[in-house]
Design a protein around this ligand. Sequence first.
Ligand code: MOS
Length: 696
Amino acid sequence: MTIKTRAIGAPISRLDGPEKVRGVARYAYEHPVTDPTYLYAIQSEVARGRITKVDTTKAEAQPGVVAVMTYKNAPRLASTEDAEFAILQSPEINFRGEFIGGVIATTFEAARYAASLVEVTCEEADHDADFRAGRDDLYAPDKLNAGFETDTDRGDVDAGLAEAAYVVDETYVTPREHNNPMEPHATTAVWTDEGVTLYESTQGVFWAQSAVAPLFDLDPEQVRVISPHVGGGFGSKGLPHANVVLATMAAKMVAGRPVKFTLTRQQMFAVAGYRTPTIQNLRLGADAEGKLTAVVQNVVEQTSRIKEFAEQTGTAARMMYASENIRTTHRLAALDVAVPSWMRAPGEAPGMFALESAMDELAGKVGMDPVEFRIRNEPEADPETGLPFSSRGLVECLREGARLFGWERRSPEPGTQREGEWLVGYGVASSVYPVYVMPGSVARITATPDGKFDVAIGAADIGTGTWTTLTQIAADALDTDFEDVTVEIGDSSLPKGSGAGGSSGITSWGSTIVAAAGKLREELEGEHGGIIPESGLEVSAKMPRNPHRKDYAMYAFGSQFAEVHVNEYTGELRVPRLTGTFACGRIVNAKTARSQFLGGMTFGLSMALHEESNLDPRFGHVMNHDLAEYHVPVNADIGELDVAWIDEEDPYVNEMGTKGIGEIGIVGTAAAIANAVYNATGKRVRELPIKPDKLL
Ligand code: MOS
């Protein structure tokens, strides 16, 4: 089924823009409540051990303090199975920065000051927070994030490497990184006899609901989660973290009085998720014609001893290029650290840095242009499953990107282009991201006799433009004007919506809305002769099953081109230009889509040059835990970003023909920049971020 194109594709400005610009859009912490209290978290100062003594008397004596919460008096959780959530249930300490208490007071300042007066004595135990490849306790998890197999081994990679005319065998390292959305993780929680209401900064109101309800022995409906506006998440507000548990506990403790809770920027570095560091050994072989004879990606990464998160770092290598022989492995070090989690393009972002750097190295050895080398290894079908691709725009993105960027001006010989004391280099890398879909969404559409439609689905807009794009999709599916449609999202009292994660939102919510719209139009035509009855008309529909899902490999693709300038005396690195070209099916909104790609590429540049969380293994904490020392780019760091996409028709991915676009923009960017640095200087940097000391 194809729907009529009218609103879809239009560069419509976001509907929530005026509210946000005027400062009246309400974020989690800002929801007005009567007589609020403020919670300030107390965190462990040791990386492992047990609390032997807590003295709260000084804190409790402070003016404004309502309650001091520790493991001794905190509400008991109905389940402690998820150790990340099982805070304040015992004196045990599992990692540095873990929540061990909280102060509730009538002002934020009073709570924060009183928290500093709570005296906690600990018996410290040995801890291990030292991430490195050579550990003898690395283990293979059962599965990776998103359900991927831990290891794959097709063909005979050893034979493939033995017969190769050219081999690359190198190790690539990516650092721990923190998501750092602009809005910190925050909750306004109100506990009543009926249950709890959480104004929550979350990527999924139902994800938050299903985490909280069982912990507090509540039915899901008793946990109302409201999240109309979210100041970014980048994955860190996807899988819930312990902050929402602490806020709910506090609300229960002072039942009846609302509690406001926000993490400080520094606390976000301790408890709200982060990207695992990775150490990746890549072995690629190519024959004399530049055809890959083997692809091996062996990944070592980190998890927490208390809860496993296994990033799917090597999965892109399974499907990216044609080779008979492909092996990928993942091994984890379980450490006394906070639980790693999703961060924009988990898996692809670090994994494709390594693969696309290695591909550049191998192209150099073969003596081929890196664009042509990739095209030569374009597979006919998915190398992993043998399935045809529903659509695969990589070659077109590489060719079109090369044209837009001016790739023909690149000198194949490293270190031969310069402008004064600046060495100039060009680099390329591929992008990829799977077309994920999340089950379980339901959309309700209500038509009123004035020809207006209300569309309700518990989806999320985390700054991406969901509100606007779902209105566009609904308008087209209902065959009506954009102005006639109102969309309601971000509230668990609405019909169930999956969360914003894995770039799956538009596919999942959009196809649900299209199904509901189809049902509504059918009823309207069938039973009502095309006239909306006086009493209105309401239908609900579940997300339809995609009959093509098992017959095709479904991915979005892209190319990233980078120009870098490296100062030959100081090692200063500038990126004056990036060109990203994407093949992501049909683009729903040309304006908000462009913003997604721009944001992704900026995030990728940030990964290439700036971001790195430095953990001190002696104490187990991230030392550079603020935005003064954890660098993200500012305007002056970003040059010209060109974004383009090719019009791709994919009849198999879903009814709209869309693929997710939230994450692909970051994939490959860092490799394109590293490859450009090599082209500029002849220095191959295999460890991110690329800082001047690595170039001198
Ligand atoms: Mo996004 S990192 O899939 O929440």
